[in-house]
Design a protein around this ligand. Structure first.
Ligand code: FES
Length: 89
């Protein structure tokens, strides 16, 4: 039987089912965009197959990864881009 766990999107607790990706859990929780992108748009779930790079997040402060491909883990997740990254573009 599947078990539910949780991670934090910034300070908000997000529940996920084992095997789900971060993107699916965030979308189910009502998040449509995942922060600012370097080009001034929003980081968001789009292709769902790792091609558009539009859904980048950072897990526990690590390098940006595709939220649509990365299985959710008990961690703290933030946008894949920091405000300084956006300012440099
Ligand atoms: S939604 Fe396109 S790479 Fe994740």
């Amino acid at each position: 039987m599947d078990a539910m766990s949780f991670f934090y999107w910034y300070e908000k607790r997000i529940d996920y089912w084992d095997g789900e990706t971060f993107a699916v859990a965030l979308r189910r929780a009502g998040f449509q965009d995942f922060g600012p992108s370097p080009n001034g748009g929003a980081v968001r779930y789009f292709c769902g197959i790792g091609q558009c790079q539009g859904c980048l997040i950072s897990v526990d402060g690590g390098v940006p990864v595709e939220s649509c491909l990365t299985r959710a883990t008990s961690s703290t997740v933030t946008s894949g881009f920091r405000s300084g990254d956006v300012d440099r573009v």
